[in-house]
Design a binder for this molecule. Structure first.
Ligand code: NAI
Length: 512
């Protein structure tokens, strides 16, 4: 099947932030665009603003003047909804209100030809509910663009209960023809991206509530060890702590208070205090004049060890061996269960148990755990933690080892799963859960999280790189440590781990 031909008129309703951007995308692809808004002058105003933006692209030689002029000429500002009657595709981007949207869709069904496709850019409302009770629910779908629409590649194509598969496919193919990266999604609260992304914020907030580290250190670890573009607190400040709070609460409510989605009190307190992020100049960070960015915590330089023994397979952290060799540390290989051994301590990747609990269970040398890094060969920073019963010399030796490798070392409290590992394990868990619930396939999950959220790896692919058994065990251990259902492993993750199989690149979800 192919998308709608570029001769098909596209109606965009709502000429605000999203509608204006979507109109630009459709017009750039060659469609005649009908732009309508309840505020009579809004479409013309949006086109004027767009012309300004395109002029800057022309200046930077990213677009020719003729193309920019042709693009805006294809957008017709409409003063009356009746002017939309010939549209083959409608993209609604009006106020986020179910009753108002439903009334608009009912009016459109009367006005447009029966084969027109009606889509909504809603970021949170159920497509099933929106379409329920309308005359042709099978021709209604979600077309969820991200802000700014001309730049962000992801478009979630959302099917409600009644949406015909063929209709969703036409919308998908059309978005693709527009140069976007569409992903098929079954309607669910938060859709795909906002559902899978929840733990990126949640685990950060929990870490802060537990005083395991400070905001700047947390973000530095997420960026420099995890490879994410932005730390969770930086991102919360950017989007608005109140906006994220509203999404978190709405998703939590929509899943009937499933502990997976439980909000953290500290965020509500920030909202109550009016600390909403950049827009109020005060959020997790201070943006007021004169306030400098806080420095992430970093251990002072410590003595470098002369040699290290590597016992067994370090798994995802195997690159530490080469890095130690390059740093001039003598490496001795021994059989074992995957650990680095210094005279003062044993160093191991977290498996979700606290260092304290694990040292007590394993009854070994003083134990220091290190966190997950996206790429241990180049990561510039790492989090470590020592067991409560380990002497100070253990932490110092571990610090010296990682510093010798050229890494900044941030010591955090002995929390289960540390920081990057816990975040990635939970993102993967949410990703597997979405596949398990038939909301998207594995490729869709990974594409969505990379295209809209800039994750360095898709959560499914990342979990496979770590090893699904390690991710599952980590979640089980964290769940036990907290005694909370929040960390229960997705049945699909557990199953693939048990089978010794991956999920990405298989046809598994489609063939079920
Ligand atoms: P906006 O407030 O910038 O624009 C909404 C426009 O719709 C306004 O120009 C308003 O006059 C018009 N409008 C309101 N009721 C109308 C009606 N009954 N008929 C015709 N026009 C009407 O809002 P924004 O941010 O563009 O959001 C629009 C939709 O897109 C919402 O459903 C929102 O949830 C969704 N969305 C927003 C994103 C964002 O980052 N702002 C991202 C993705 C989706």
């Amino acid at each position: 099947m192919s998308g709608l031909p570029s001769t098909t008129p596209v109606a965009v309703i709502g000429a605000g932030t999203m509608g204006a951007g979507i109109a630009q995308v459709a017009a750039a692809a060659g469609h005649p665009v009908l732009l309508f808004d309840a505020r009579a002058n809004a479409p013309a105003h949006a086109i004027e603003l767009m012309k300004g933006g395109l002029a800057r692209l022309v200046e930077r030689k990213r677009m020719s003047e003729a193309d920019a002029a042709a693009l805006t000429a294809r957008i017709r500002p409409c003063g009356s909804i009746s002017e939309l009657k010939d549209a083959g595709l409608v993209i609604e981007a009006i106020v986020e209100d179910m009753a108002v949207k439903r009334a608009l869709f009912a009016e459109l069904e009367e006005l447009l030809k029966p084969d027109a496709i009606l889509t909504t850019n809603t970021s949170s409302l159920s497509i099933t509910e929106l379409a329920g009770g309308l005359k042709r629910p099978e021709r209604i779908a979600g077309m969820h663009f991200f802000n700014p629409a001309p730049i962000m590649p992801l478009v979630e194509i959302i099917r409600g209960f009644a949406t015909e598969a063929g209709v969703a496919q036409i919308v998908f193919d059309t978005a693709k023809a527009w140069g976007k990266k569409p992903v098929h999604v079954k309607s669910t609260p938060g859709f795909l991206g906002n559902r899978v992304a929840r733990p990126f914020y949640g685990e950060a907030l929990r870490t802060l509530e537990e005083s395991a580290t400070d905001v700047a250190t947390y973000d530095a670890l997420i960026r420099e060890a995890g490879g994410f573009r932005m730390g969770a607190f930086e991102l919360l400040d950017l989007v608005g702590i109140d906006v994220n709070w509203a999404v978190t609460n709405s998703v939590y409510g929509a899943y009937f208070q499933d502990p997976r989605y439980k909000p953290f009190r500290i965020q509500g307190e920030m909202v109550a205090a009016g600390r909403l992020g950049r827009k109020t100049k005060l959020g997790f960070y201070d943006y007021r004049e004169g306030a400098g960015p806080p420095r992430p915590q970093e251990a002072a330089p410590t003595a470098v060890p002369a040699h290290v023994s590597i016992e067994g397979d370090l798994g995802v952290a195997a690159a530490l061996e080469g890095r130690a060799g390059r740093a001039g540390i003598a490496v001795r290989r021994l059989p074992g269960t995957g650990a680095l051994v210094l005279p003062e301590c044993r160093l191991a990747l977290s498996d979700g148990r606290t260092a304290t609990e694990r040292m007590a269970q394993e009854n070994t040398l003083p134990l220091v755990l290190f966190d997950l890094a996206l790429d241990y060969a180049v990561a510039p920073r790492i989090a470590i933690t020592a067991a409560d019963q380990a002497p100070r010399a253990a932490l110092a030796a571990a610090t010296g080892f990682f510093q010798a490798l050229g890494m900044k070392v941030s010591t955090v409290d002995d929390i289960p799963g540390l920081i990057v590992l816990r975040t990635v394990a939970m993102l993967a868990n949410f990703g597997f859960d979405a596949v398990h619930a038939g909301i998207a396939d594995a490729a869709g999950v990974d594409l969505a999280m990379q295209a809209a959220f800039n994750y360095p790896l898709g959560p499914v692919a990342w979990a496979e790189r770590i090893g699904l058994p390690h991710v599952t065990v980590t979640l089980d251990n964290i769940a036990r440590a907290y005694g909370e259902d929040r960390y229960r492993a997705s049945p699909l993750l557990r199953r693939r781990a048990a089978a010794g199989l991956t999920l990405s690149g298989t046809t598994f979800p489609a063939s079920r």
